[in-house]
Design a protein around this ligand. Structure first.
Ligand SMILES: Nc1ncnc2c1ncn2[C@@H]1O[C@H](COP(=O)(O)OP(=O)(O)OP(=O)(O)O)[C@@H](O)[C@H]1O
Ligand SMILES: O=P(O)(O)OC[C@H]1O[C@H](OP(=O)(O)OP(=O)(O)O)[C@H](O)[C@@H]1O
Ligand SMILES: [Mg+2]
Length: 282
């Protein structure tokens, strides 16, 4: 039976629960349940603090888990990424008081750096040969400069609005680009049942990213229209009763579908229909 670690709090919790729900796994009924035996799918779901997930998976206590790349690297655990999950996307960056930021990390020698990700920050400073004291805080790191416990911070940045509100600005290159990831223990064979979880999750991600497009087009225009909708392998082309027309069906990226419809219409395609994909195995 596959034992999966699932974030129980914070930014990762709700999207991780949604992903597993769409992938057909059981959902916990209350926020207090710590373990859920999903007999129908032969998995056990353990609801853990996001920061601890890579630790359990790295130790081999649990078979797989959902966490953030930043948390995975910060933990130093023996866990490795299996799949990017496309949510909780953020960058991890240095920031200082607006107008007082050094050009890059090399300007940090001797300056106090506050962060919740001290493993990540110490490794990054060491990599650049910078000797700077790191102040480990649990959260709300942006306020630490105003409160005088640090000179700069290193923290998760998504929109940047928390930084701006605290009078800070980013500097230097991003330390990391992070998103939610599925992890397994590093250097071991995939645990039994992980392939099914991966296929199911990939199916959800593809169903979210693509829509199905159907249209009718004159056979003379089929090549031009197919070039606009090449699909994943090749579009499905079906005959119509009027032999001079065909029906075409193809997957298209959701974000591109309106531009694709415009081009198809210009080419001469008609009856262009877009439908959502509920689930799939690619
Ligand atoms: N505003 C945000 N936008 C996108 N991803 C975020 C954001 N805040 C945190 N994350 C991501 O969520 C993960 C952190 O999860 P965690 O639950 O520890 O922190 P949190 O969401 O800040 O919750 P809390 O600090 O309230 O416990 C990291 O992978 C981080 O990159
Ligand atoms: O760039 P933004 O869109 O403003 O998002 C980034 C902020 O979101 C998270 O904070 P959270 O609300 O989780 O509080 P925390 O500092 O206590 O973790 C993160 O730690 C940043 O502070
Ligand atoms: Mg937070």
């Amino acid at each position: 039976m596959l034992r999966i670690a699932v974030p129980n709090k914070g930014s990762l919790a709700e999207p991780a629960a949604a992903l597993l729900r769409e992938a057909g796994y059981a959902e916990r009924r209350t926020g207090r349940e710590l373990v859920l035996h999903d007999r129908a799918n032969d998995v056990e779901l353990y609801f853990l603090r996001p920061r601890d997930i890579a630790v359990y998976v790295g130790a081999g206590t649990l078979d797989a888990g959902i966490t953030g790349r930043d948390l995975l690297l910060d933990s130093g655990a023996d866990a490795a990424e299996v799949l990017e999950l496309g949510f909780a996307s953020s960058t991890f960056r240095f920031a200082a008081r607006t107008g007082e930021a050094p050009a890059d990390v090399t300007g940090l020698a001797g300056r106090r750096v506050a962060t919740s990700y001290d493993g990540l920050v110490r490794a990054h400073l060491a990599e650049h040969g910078v000797d700077a004291p790191v102040v480990r805080l649990d959260g709300a790191v942006e306020i630490s400069v105003a409160l005088g416990v640090a000179d700069v911070i290193a923290d998760v940045v998504e929109t940047g609005s928390t930084l701006r509100a605290a009078g800070l600005e980013v500097f230097g290159d991003p330390i990391l680009r992070s998103e939610a990831v599925l992890v397994q223990r590093r250097g071991t064979a995939a645990p039994e049942g992980l392939d099914v979880l991966v296929r199911r999750v990939q199916g959800v991600l593809v169903a979210r990213e693509y829509v199905m497009v159907d249209y009718d087009v004159h056979v003379d225009l089929l090549d031009a229209a197919s070039a606009v909708t090449p699909g994943l392998e090749s579009p499905t082309v079906s005959p119509l009763r009027d032999a001079s027309y065909v029906a075409v069906r193809s997957m298209v990226r959701r974000g591109e579908v309106n531009a694709v419809m415009d081009r198809l219409y210009e080419i001469g395609a008609r009856a262009i229909l877009v439908t959502t994909i509920h689930a799939c195995r690619i």
